[in-house]
Ligand binder design. Sequence first.
Ligand SMILES: O=P(O)(O)OC[C@@]1(O)O[C@H](CO)[C@@H](O)[C@@H]1O
Ligand SMILES: [Mg+2]
Length: 305
Amino acid sequence: MEFKRICHRFGCCLRSTDPRDSLSELLLSCSRNTEQIPTRKAGGIIREALENEVNVMQKSSSVDLVTKTDQQVEQFIFTSIREKFPTHSFIGEESVAAGQPCVLTDNPTWIIDPVDGTTNFVHRFPFVAVSIGFVVKKEPEFGVVYSCVEDKMYTGKKGKGAYCNGLPLQVTDQTDINQSIITCEFGSDRSPEVVDKIFSTMRKILCIPVHGLRGVGTAATNMSLVASGVVEAYFEIGIHCWDIAAAAVIVTEAGGVVMNVDGGPFDLMSRRIVAANNKTIAARIVKEIDIFPAKRDDAPVEEKQ
Ligand SMILES: O=P(O)(O)OC[C@@]1(O)O[C@H](CO)[C@@H](O)[C@@H]1O
Ligand SMILES: [Mg+2]
């Protein structure tokens, strides 16, 4: 990879021109010059759209929403990045919804949620994030989450720390669950058996007791709040790889942990996650989660029908 050429095209420069620097090192240096990474421009498109009438469409159900803005922003991000990295792979929420395969290979892959919190966007509930994760050999390397109404640019790069608007992020050192705030979501599955599981889990965690349960309606932002040290953990079954690929790096680079809801290793495509400030809090949350099945992101298409 001719790094200097790519640097030049990104309009930024690496601290070192040593070709062993990983591509994500380049992207981190660019994320400081955020005008070069399409995240901020994408956020501007969303903010502008918030001023106008929104044309709401449905995906898997009447509560799984999508808008033209989701589709336009995803296309804008794809085009911007593909121009510079034509050999890379892409997984985008709206492309998958339109029938593109959701298969993660070892190839450098951009995993994108153009509008995380579409329901919030439709209702003007002020938590809407652009999430761009960069994954190499199936390992998240680099992530940017732009909470565009708040104008908070969260970035994280493996081995190089996590930042919000350039300031370093650090999870809390809280190990007492009784002194914690936990974030979670109701999800978009309204089947009684799933809703019962979600509520029974929330009830058990609330009655530990914890200081509070919260959720802002976007996984990427919930996880960025864990990385920011303002909540201790986030968990959910039903999210997708594009909701969490970027924020998983931000959480771990802020000193936190990510794992499966059964306490097993983090599995990007499993549609299940616990993100926490440390293993003590994560393990305590795992104990209370009533697990229900969710088709993997990389399951064969016919299985997802
Ligand atoms: O479809 P969207 O808006 O991109 O994202 C879906 C989502 O907001 O819904 C869940 C709430 O249950 C979140 O965890 C997740 O990020
Ligand atoms: Mg989305």
